[in-house]
Structure formats: C-alpha cells, structure tokens
Design a binder for this molecule. Structure first.
Ligand code: SF4
Length: 361
C-alpha cells in the first residue's frame, strides 16, 4: 500500500492540481483547506459539503495528521507550556501567554537551533532539523484544541525553539496560512517573527510577508555581541543595521529590537547611549528584558533601578522602550526562546521545568 500524503504539507495550488488529476474539481482544494484550518476537521468524513465519493477518494490518498500532546503545564500566572511529539518522534514546545488584552502563542520553527546564543539552552542542543509547514501551523491548531472553550489565541510570536529565518521554506507558507482569512485569519499586526540577525534573510523579509519583525540585538558592540550571539561574527552590528535599512517596512510596522539585559555585560549607561545611536536611522522600538538568573547562570540580572536608568536614556531620546515582564516563571525555560531540549526531556516531567530564561511578551 502506498503511504498516504500529509495534506497539510501540500500548497494550495499543488493540491488543486492533484485534485484535478484525480478527476475532481480544482476549486475543491480551497473548500478542503477551510475544513482543515477553519473547522479543524480531523477526518475527511467531517467535510459534509463535499460528496461522499470525493471524501472517500481523498481518504485513500491523503492523511490529516495531528500532534500528540505529551505535557501541558500551567503556570501560577495562567501561562501554559505545551510539549508536542511529531510524527518522527521529535519534540517541540509552544507557550500560550494570557495577558489582559491579548492571548499570545509563542511558536517554534526548528527542532533545536544552530545559532548557539550564549544565554540560550535551545542553542546548546544544536540544530536537529527544520519544521515543515504543517509542523509550524499545527502548533496553533493543537493549542487551540487544548485550550478551554472560552479561551483563544489573538497574537503569535515566532520566538520559540529555532531561528525562524533559517527555515524560510516553511516559515513563509506557514505565515500565509495563518494570515489567510479562509484559514486562521490572524491580523498581520498581531504576528511577530524574531531573528537573531540573519542579515540576508532580513533584507528579503518585507518582500515575503507583511508581519512584524523583531531582532534580538542584546549588545551594542561587536566585541560583546560576538560572545553573546555568535551569529555576529558572520553578520556584525553594522551589517545587521544595513539589512534593517534595506528591508521593506510595511505601513504601521516598526522593527522591534529585543535587548536581554545582562548586568555588567551589556547594560552600562554607555550601552544605552550607543543603543540610541545605533537605532537612530531606523523606525525602531525596544523591548528590554532583564535577565532571569538561574542557579549556575553565568550572567546576572540588573536590579530594577538600573533597568529604569537604562530605559530612561532610551525614552529621553524619543524611543518606545518597554521593560517586559517575565511570564510563566515557574514553568518556562525561555526569554522569547524556549529552553527545553533532549536533556530536559529525558525522564520525568520535573526535568521539563528546566529553565534559564522566562518568556516575556
Ligand atoms: S536565542 Fe533563539 S536564535 Fe539564539 S540559540 Fe536560542 S533559539 Fe536559537
């Protein structure tokens, strides 16, 4: 028996061609997609506006896979962290963060990550593989399924495991599905992709998608950034800023610069002044994320007073600079980047609590 194809990994135009070749109307592809994403159909027999004969044909050729939810943890503040198993046994995390006026899901794009940022546990794992379109989109579907009926997802941040711009082949088609009014219908203003600074990909970003971009800057000199974010050795701060200037910026979008504050490393007041200069030619805003210490962490968290001094320099220069609150401190391992990896997954759920950073949205 030939293996069934994962229908959620087939682009709409290709699906229409395949349907035509099967003797079925091509326009049915859109109908099927609506069933898959708007109504989260798990079986072709659910697709009641499609003839029974057609449904049976589809069922012979395609499968509708779903993630297996391995763990769901709920933080004291309501944040939920999910661990999913994919078809090949690899595991990824997604985190749902409820706030007063929004419900944000933090989405992964790779198993592990090859960027080796010094403060990130995912980076220690190295890159195992890219996620497929289905595996990115299914995180949203699977979390929606797991949430109580009166809950929802209003915002998406691509700040989970992996470097999204290192997986453009899956990222952009997945974003198209998530924005499509006939599928998930997210507003482009409510979707943010975060990058460690892949300059050539940043330059293409605005042409590929209208969603927002966030850049993890985390240092104001190449000397420090080379250590904190090794990608800087390939694309230094100057190259990164050039890419930002070259990027097409959609109406009402600004680039968000994420800045994890590591006390004594990147948070001097000179750093704040340099940051002002660095961002001076860009439509930018800044998210400050004071580092969350853990028992053996090589970095220290600045105290609140210091954070506000740093912030004030940015505010006085006219920037929007927000100090982000940590969320899900008791369950998470992330600062926009999740930390669970093989080591943390071995054994019991308690090792799943491994944490370095806390998410801040
Ligand atoms: S911070 Fe992000 S880009 Fe850097 S290693 Fe972690 S997951 Fe990868």
């Amino acid at each position: 028996m030939t293996q069934k194809k994962n229908i959620k990994n087939i682009p709409l135009d290709q699906l229409a061609v395949e349907f035509s070749e099967m003797g079925l109307e091509g326009y049915r592809a859109r109908q099927v997609r609506q069933w898959l994403y708007q109504k989260d159909a798990g079986d072709f027999s659910d697709m009641t506006n499609i003839s029974k004969v057609f449904r049976e044909k589809l069922d012979e050729v395609y499968e509708i896979p779903r993630f297996k939810k391995l763990i769901e943890q709920t933080s004291n503040d309501g944040t939920k962290k999910f661990l999913f198993e994919m078809g090949d046994g690899n595991k990824i995390e997604s985190v749902w963060i409820p706030a007063e006026n929004r419900r944000t899901l933090c989405v992964s794009t790779q198993v592990g990550c090859g960027m080796a940022c010094d403060f990130c546990l995912t980076g220690e794992l190295g890159l195992k593989r890219n996620l497929s379109v289905y595996e990115i989109v299914e995180q949203i579907a699977a979390v929606k399924r797991a949430l109580p009926e009166d809950e929802s997802i209003t915002n998406l941040v691509f700040m989970g495991m992996g470097e999204p711009l290192a997986n453009p082949k899956s990222l952009y088609p997945a974003l198209n599905i998530l924005l499509d009014p006939e599928c998930f219908n997210f507003s482009r203003h409510h979707v943010t992709v975060s990058t460690s600074g892949l300059a050539p990909e940043i330059e293409k970003f605005g042409d590929k998608t209208p969603v927002k971009l966030a850049i993890s800057l985390n240092a104001t000199t190449d000397e420090v950034r080379d250590v904190v974010m090794p990608i800087n050795k390939k694309y230094n701060i100057e190259r990164l800023l050039e890419a930002c200037k070259n990027m097409k910026l959609h109406k009402r979008n600004a680039i968000t610069f994420e800045y994890v504050m590591l006390h004594g490393v990147n948070d001097t007041l000179d750093d704040a002044k340099r940051l002002v200069r660095i961002l001076s030619k860009l439509k930018a805003k800044v998210n400050l994320l004071p580092f969350n210490e853990y028992p053996e962490s090589p970095y220290k968290r600045p105290d609140d007073e210091w954070v506000h001094k740093f912030q004030k320099i940015l505010l006085n220069a006219g920037y929007i600079a927000v100090v982000r609150k940590s969320r899900g401190r008791d369950i998470l391992g992330a600062c926009g980047q999740l930390a669970t990896h093989e080591k943390a997954l071995v054994g019991e759920a308690k090792s799943f609590k491994t944490e370095r950073f806390k998410i801040a949205v």
